[in-house]
Write a protein that binds this ligand. Structure first.
Ligand code: GDG
Length: 742
């Protein structure tokens, strides 16, 4: 891991801790907790504290795997800290039931794996999911320090990043999703409030990681469509946050597997296996018991093989390890029953005294046995219907030290992106699985080695240490990325000094933008009427004889007149075309013609017709195509097309084409908020110049103001303004403070 030399503490947060603690007869018993994340991260954590690491120490936060009574909690905490560098999150059985077996595994897991028919939508379980995420947030708050890196894992804790961001704004927060992120069409099956809360929850992260490019794209698509945030090459920019999304395919620690194969226990196991299954080709299948893993289809494929190609009878054995998982969730109990019935059927139909076609074990096997199985199996059958990554496929390749062996891999597993030399199958097609098994059994050793060599090299290079290192480097890099955006943020101290300058000044020029600055954007522009608080503050400011208030907007003059005509302030419409000074009539700022409108209007109307939800606004001297209410992705494509079309069309006419906030505007060249700004500045000798706005049109104004002016951009972005604020609420607070000093 590279980056700055400063060392950080890493806080890992996952549903389960890397150990288990249970109470037996009132006493605590500790055990090991298995799983890809734990074993993968443990390899990385061994590098912590070394010279090359940016991490000085780590702390793992999670549930210890059992309910613990009050009197044992302190002991558990102390052992967790001293022996496992961990901090336990205590949950009651009821909480765990509704949360883990409920919302996690009956809602998110099936939906995100494209099983909408298995998905439950239960309000009480959703409430418990929110509650448990809060319990985790509370636990993190108890230990987190400002400079920590917090790395949250997986679908159990989707709401957590935002909860931490509000409680510990100084910490950098990373989130990694180990399961697929589904396409928008699937994700939107969730009730509106849930899907918005889940995305808002994730958006509290500074870096969001996914196993595969497709999942990242799906997530970004949901962010655009549901939250309305745009992104640029995976960098999402909201009014107050910069969030990086990135693809990090998780790897394994190849060396650990290779070394472990030499342990006496593994060596013995390999010998025993070879002895007990002589003269047959071993086809291995290892999974947690889960309907997403496609175990049934695999068995059906095997049945077809034995049925249609009798020459394989007595010659192959399917060694099937099914690891108990999520016992108590209906769908899992049902799948187990179906698997066992089918195993019985196949063995009954084809087996003989000397040959059992399917050797089935429903249990977790110890690590040394697992790697021995990988090592001796001629074929590994990894055919999930959907899988975020699938580490078993990589582990099998790692354990084939002489590069023989054939991997049959589902095209629905994230791992397929890196293991393209495997025999790739569609797991829904049993015939294809059966044909792949035959092809695998027949594959010449030379061809096996050619394929595995490429795959082994790849998984050795992008191993789990690299994976974690890359993720954390990206996380650390976010400080710099964000500081570029946050550098101008108006601090409380600066704000107070601006207010003091305001109160001491005698001749003030105040430029205010309207939409996105004083009021939020809404679906239809005519609905963004000024609320009572906005009207009150504007009235107060404009009544002060020391103030020249200029409301400068892109809106037409009729609207501004209707809303603000009675106030004693200067109104500027159509970004500078029209101006109305207090007690005067509307005047054109610079002579304009509108002849060009008849040429441009039909083009905009054409796009208005092509994109449902978009509309064309005709102002006196400008035309605007609005697309805020239209489909966001379609509108991005059409907006680019229209810009191109208009730029070509207006090449020889004195017009400007501008892309704004969900609008494209055409108007005469040479007039903008900057021209009005200069005009107003020259009208008096001001000792306090203030300008605030959120839009690209305000940049023209910021550019022409004197250095001493206080210019403020609403929203974080690259800007010519001196300062930025993060929200409209902050604008209101500042203007109210001004008004209070009047
Ligand atoms: C989730 C995602 C993603 C399995 N049986 C035994 C055993 N295992 C170990 C394997 C492997 C791990 O468990 C399983 O990892 P997978 O990746 O195959 O699948 P999930 O558990 O569903 O994991 C998945 C993963 O997270 C990581 O991001 O790849 O897509 O669903 O490491 O070796 N270990 C032992 N005995 C067993 O019987 N000791």
């Amino acid at each position: 891991m590279s980056g700055s030399s400063k060392k950080h503490r890493l806080i890992i947060v996952s549903n389960r801790l890397p150990f288990t603690a249970k109470e037996e007869n009132g006493k605590l018993e500790f055990g090991e907790s298995a799983g890809g994340l734990v074993s993968g991260l443990s390899s990385f954590l061994k590098t912590v504290g070394t010279n090359t690491s940016n991490i000085s120490e780590y702390l793992w936060i999670g549930w210890p795997g059992g309910t613990v009574s009050e009197e044992n909690k302190e002991e558990l905490k102390s052992v967790a800290r001293s022996k496992f560098s961990s901090y336990p999150v205590f949950l009651s059985e009821e909480e765990m039931d509704q949360f883990y077996l409920g919302f996690c595994n009956k809602t998110i897991w099936p939906l995100f794996h494209y099983f909408p028919t298995y998905t439950a939508y239960q309000e009480d379980q959703w409430q418990q999911y929110k509650n448990v995420n809060q319990v985790f947030a509370q636990a993190i708050q108890e230990v987190v320090k400002p400079d920590d890196l917090v790395w949250i894992h997986d679908y159990h804790l989707l709401l957590l990043p935002n909860m931490i961001k509000t409680r510990a704004p100084g910490a950098l927060i990373g989130f990694f999703l180990h399961i697929p992120f589904p396409s928008y069409e699937i994700f939107r099956l969730l009730p509106g409030e849930w899907r918005k809360d889940l995305l808002d929850g994730l958006m509290g992260s500074d870096v969001l990681g996914f196993h595969a490019y497709d999942y990242t794209q799906h997530f970004l698509q949901c962010i655009v469509r549901i939250l309305g945030h745009d992104h640029n090459m995976g960098l999402i920019l909201t009014a107050d946050r910069v969030v990086r999304t990135e693809t990090f395919p998780m790897g394994i620690d190849v060396d650990r597997f290779v070394t472990a194969l030499e342990n006496p226990a593994s060596v013995q196991e390999i010998k025993d296996l070879k002895k007990s299954l002589p003269g047959v080709k071993i086809i291995l299948s290892v999974d947690r018991q889960d309907y997403t893993k496609g175990i049934l289809n695999r068995l059906e494929g095997f049945e077809i093989l034995l049925e249609t190609q009798p020459r394989y009878r007595e010659k192959v054995v399917l060694l099937m390890i099914v690891v108990p998982s999520r016992i108590g969730v209906d769908q899992y109990d049902k799948t187990k029953k179906q698997i066992e019935e089918l195993v019985g059927k196949i063995n009954g139909k084809f087996g003989s005294i000397s040959w059992t076609p399917v050797v089935y074990q429903y249990r977790q096997v110890p690590f040394h046995s697992l790697i021995a199985l990988y090592h001796v199996s001629d074929v590994a059958l990894v055919t999930p219907l959907r899988d975020g990554m699938n580490l078993v496929a990589k582990e099998y390749v790692a354990c084939r030290v002489d590069n023989t062996g054939v991997l049959v891999l589902s095209e629905m597993a994230g791992a397929v992106k890196e293991l393209g030399e495997a025999i790739i199958v569609n797991p829904n097609n049993r015939q294809e699985i059966s044909a792949a098994m035959a092809e695998a059994v027949e594959m010449p050793a030379g061809e096996q080695q050619r394929r595995n060599r490429i795959m082994r090299d790849r998984i050795k290079r992008y191993n789990v240490i690299r994976w974690a290192g890359d993720f954390l480097s990206q996380l650390l890099a976010m400080r710099e990325v964000q500081s570029k955006f946050y550098v101008k943020l108006l601090s409380e101290q600066l704000k107070q000094s601006v207010i003091t300058d305001y109160s001491r000044s005698k001749r003030r020029l105040i430029f205010l933008d309207y939409d996105g600055t004083l009021v939020p954007f809404v679906r239809r522009p005519e609905m963004a009427t000024p609320g009572a608080d906005v009207s009150a503050v504007l009235t107060q400011l404009s009544k002060d004889s020391r103030n020249t208030v200029v409301l400068i907007s892109g809106r037409d003059k009729a609207t501004l007149q209707q809303w603000f005509g009675d106030l004693c302030m200067t109104l500027v419409a159509e970004h500078g075309i029209w101006i109305r000074k207090p007690k005067e009539d509307w005047k054109m700022f610079k002579e304009q013609t509108a002849d060009w409108k008849s040429h441009i209007l039909p083009i905009l109307q054409l796009y208005g017709d092509r994109l449902p939800g978009s509309s064309v606004e005709e102002k006196d001297y400008s035309l605007v195509w609005h697309y805020r209410s239209a489909d966001p992705e379609q509108s991005n494509v059409l907006a680019r097309e229209l810009l191109d079309h208009l730029t070509n069309f207006t090449a020889n006419i004195d017009l400007q084409v501008l892309r704004g906030n969900k609008i494209i505007e055409v108007r005469a060249a040479g007039i903008n908020k900057g021209s009005i700004g200069l005009h107003m500045l020259s009208s008096d000798n001001f000792d306090f110049v203030f300008s605030i706005g959120d839009d690209w049109t305000d940049e023209d104004l910021f550019k022409v103001l004197p250095e001493s002016a206080v210019s403020i951009k609403v929203g974080i972005a690259n800007t010519h303004a001196r300062y930025t604020v993060q929200s409209i609420q902050e604008v209101h607070r500042l203007l109210k403070a001004f008004a209070g000093k009047a």
